[in-house]
Design a binder for this molecule. Structure first.
Ligand SMILES: *Cc1c(COP(=O)(O)O)cnc(C)c1O
Length: 440
């Protein structure tokens, strides 16, 4: 194992406090006008992207495609493009967002399991990479390519069926997963070999073993199965037809403290152990990380509106609930989030831990972001932050109770500690919300 690197100093309580205090001073958080907002530390994002690039040997051809569903905001995608990333998309909306963010087609990878004919035709016309999910989709691609050629890199997603991780909903390589061609099901491997034999334009294999809750060895085992199958196709065909392997994403994020662990170094080390063939330079690689690129760089901040005691338990009621922390509210055991507590100025609030609930604004009893959590006792007007929320939280809004999308602010900090903000997404106005639910 490589020695454990200390976590990035860009992820720390001090740095979040610096950003929070600046946000209060600059009015981005305000008890009346903006009681809820999300923040992304863009310096920390750049650090994460640099770590991803550095983890793979420089002599390998690796395309790192950011999984857009983790945070599809235009300025975020543009920033990631400037940092040298590509973009993995899985819906017409994400596809359009990636194009709008200026990704060149050869750096976009289309992976949806439900691609329409129009979506496929556009991708193949533009030269966007396509990973075919199933036999019926293959027939659609056949039909499109019968009329015209394409510059796209085209592959097949296989399900290596290596099993699931700790969160069933995140496990994409179980025996019965909905994703990809299940490799071990009777007849599929041989049928895939013949499929490649008759279609020289099929040059890639893709797998994505899962996201949060899947450990590195399971992920590397699934990728090794995919790499071994690429070798088998090339051997049986007697030519080097499979030239690319898409490893998917899914590096798990540590939600327990500020360490970035596991890092991509550990991931690459496990890949070397399970699939050394990936490192001899014969395959061009693609990765599709989402959560691990952004999670630790973001937090959601809210004011406490009220506090009460019910059945003897203190409850703080704020503005961050199921609309911005949907998975945490509905599956709290799988997605527990740390919470930091602050005075109204943003300064850290310390104090003896008191078991309390932290509740959101939604009108259902389960709208809690923390239950019986030991925290300094929160008071009305205090601030609190949900940590590690840079991916899949505020940018995956759930429109319950007509709660508007909060603003997302990007922060950059100069060496003298000055924090500069830029708007990554403006807060949705109530007028906009009403307009969207009103017919002319
Ligand atoms: C969601 C997804 C990813 C990204 O997963 P993360 O856990 O965010 O890294 C990559 N590839 C595919 C096909 C996905 O569905």
């Amino acid at each position: 194992m490589p020695e454990h690197r200390p976590s990035s100093p860009l992820i720390s309580a001090e740095r979040r406090e610096l950003v929070l205090r600046a946000a209060v001073r600059q009015g981005l958080l305000d008890p009346e006008r903006a009681p809820l907002a999300a923040f992304l530390d863009l310096d920390a994002v750049a650090g994460a992207v640099a770590a991803l690039h550095a983890a793979f040997p420089a002599e390998l051809e690796v395309r790192h495609a950011f999984a857009a569903k983790a945070n599809p905001l235009g300025p975020v995608l543009r920033r990631l493009r400037e940092l040298g990333m590509g973009c993995e998309v899985a819906s017409p909306g994400e596809f359009a967002q990636a194009l709008a963010a200026g990704f060149p087609p050869e750096l976009i990878v289309l992976d949806s399991p439900a691609k329409t004919r129009a979506e496929l035709a556009l991708a193949l016309e533009l030269g966007v990479s396509v990973n075919i999910d199933n036999w019926q989709e293959l027939a659609r691609v056949d039909a499109i390519l019968a009329d015209r050629g394409s510059a796209s890199r085209i592959g097949v997603r296989i399900n290596p069926q290596v099993g699931g991780g700790r969160i069933a909903a995140m496990s994409t390589a179980t025996a019965t997963s909905k994703f990809g061609v299940p490799l071990a099901d009777t007849g599929n491997a041989a049928r895939l070999v013949e499929t490649f034999r008759t279609r020289p334009w099929l040059t890639e294999l893709h797998c994505h073993v899962g996201s949060q809750g899947v450990d590195l060895d399971l992920m590397a085992t699934g990728i090794a199965t995919t790499a071994a199958f690429a070798e088998r196709i090339n051997r049986e065909l007697g030519r080097r037809q499979v030239t690319g392997i898409d490893l998917g994403g899914g590096l798990p994020v540590n939600f327990a403290d500020d360490r970035t662990a596991p890092g991509w170094d550990a991931y690459v080390e496990r890949l070397r152990a399970h699939a050394p063939v990936l490192f001899d330079g014969r395959y061009r690689l693609t990765t599709e990380f989402g959560r691990s690129v952004l999670a630790k760089s973001g937090f959601v901040a809210s004011y406490v509106e009220y506090t009460k005691v019910a059945g003897g338990r203190p409850i703080a009621i704020g503005h961050a609930g199921a609309q911005v922390a949907t998975r945490t509210v509905f599956a709290p055991d799988s997605w527990p989030l740390r919470i930091s507590t602050h005075h109204p100025s943003g300064a850290a609030k310390h104090g003896a831990p008191v078991l309390q609930d932290v509740a959101g604004p939604c009108c259902f009893a389960g709208d809690l972001v923390a239950r019986a959590r030991p925290l300094p006792l929160l008071a009305p007007g205090d601030l609190y932050c949900l940590l590690d929320c840079g991916a899949y939280y505020a940018t995956n809004h759930f429109s319950y109770n007509s709660l508007p999308e909060p603003a997302v602010h990007g922060a950059t900090t100069s060496p003298d500690g000055t924090v500069r903000f830029e708007t990554l997404r403006p807060a949705q106005s109530i007028d906009d919300l009403v307009a969207r639910t009103t017919t002319a």
